[in-house]
Unconditional design. Structure first.
Length: 294
């Protein structure tokens, strides 16, 4: 069992938890993820690592409840325990594993959307701790949905964007990137993490601007170990699995349309199970139209 040391609501539908997991904290690096199982009957939930403290033995996760298991996770408070907390999984960011002298020369810009802000933070923090400056663009629909502003402002040049103009720059993250380039900023690498559609348009923009781009394909994970095949994606002409080959890939080679179709395949089942969890059975379950859930 793994104890929850802190539990906090960051925005309308985004939550943060700090988990006591010394062995995971000792080994994890920016870019990796963990798998949580709330209880013995719960499903496996892949979640990105937002932060870690090796001395304290803690790992911080930030997530948005979507299905039954994440809603169960939200219900837990500080002092409660979860059954499993497995990791680190996936490959660390290339910024961490690459040649340090080469990484130092790069002008890096991050584009974070929604909960994608969480996996951006440890990468930007790592650069900051190693004396490397970076720019960070964080976008949300409105001010109330922005998260980790204070933390981000301490590790890079932060540019906040809201679709409705309620805070910071009015517009999406890609528009902010184009503005920075127009103002004379040069970037050697972009790391874009967020909803699939956001990453797709970020890559279209960076391709036009000639900026190599890395994306994280966490949004399509289900099992997290390569067994289920749900995270299969096309990277150029190669088939890859986001959980074991990634989660980070060259964004200009990703077939986002195919990836979004694959992700949508699981939403109907997820929604049906969530409705059952929240409202219970709505009929006898014997009509054959709903799979017989009771």
């Amino acid at each position: 069992m793994f104890k929850i040391l802190e539990a906090e609501q960051l925005s309308a539908n985004v939550y943060k938890q700090v988990i006591l997991a010394p062995r995971v904290a000792k080994s994890c690096e920016p870019g990796q993820f963990i798998i949580v199982r709330v209880d013995e009957t719960g499903e496996r939930i892949p979640l990105t690592i937002c932060d870690y403290d090796r001395e304290a033995g803690t790992v911080t996760i930030v997530f948005q409840p979507i299905g039954v298991s994440t809603y169960k996770l939200v219900a837990l408070k500080a002092g409660d325990e979860i059954a499993d907390f497995v990791g680190p999984l996936g490959h660390p960011s290339e910024l961490v594993t690459g040649d340090f002298e080469e990484v130092k020369k790069k002008k890096v810009v991050f584009i974070a959307g929604g909960v994608g802000t969480a996996p951006v933070y440890p990468q930007a923090k790592w650069l900051h701790e190693h004396g490397i400056e970076c720019d960070i663009i964080v976008g949300a629909r409105t001010k109330d949905l922005l998260i980790l502003e204070d933390e981000m402002s301490k590790v890079g040049n932060l540019h906040l964007c809201t679709d409705d103009g309620s805070y910071g720059f009015k517009g999406v993250g890609t528009a902010m990137l184009e503005k920075l380039v127009e103002e004379g900023k040069h970037f050697d690498l972009c790391v874009a993490i967020g909803p699939m559609i956001m990453m797709k348009f970020a890559c279209l923009t960076t391709k036009k601007l000639g900026i190599p781009t890395i994306v994280s394909m966490n949004p399509i994970m289900v099992d997290g170990t390569g067994m289920c095949g749900a995270c299969r994606i096309m990277v150029g002409d190669e088939v890859k699995f986001a959980c074991v080959d990634g989660p980070e890939f060259d964004g200009h080679k990703i077939d986002f349309d195919q990836a979004m179709k694959r992700a949508a395949m699981y939403k109907t089942e997820e929604g049906r199970r969530l409705l059952k969890y929240q409202e219970g059975a709505t009929h006898h379950g014997g009509c054959g139209n709903c799979g017989g859930d009771k």
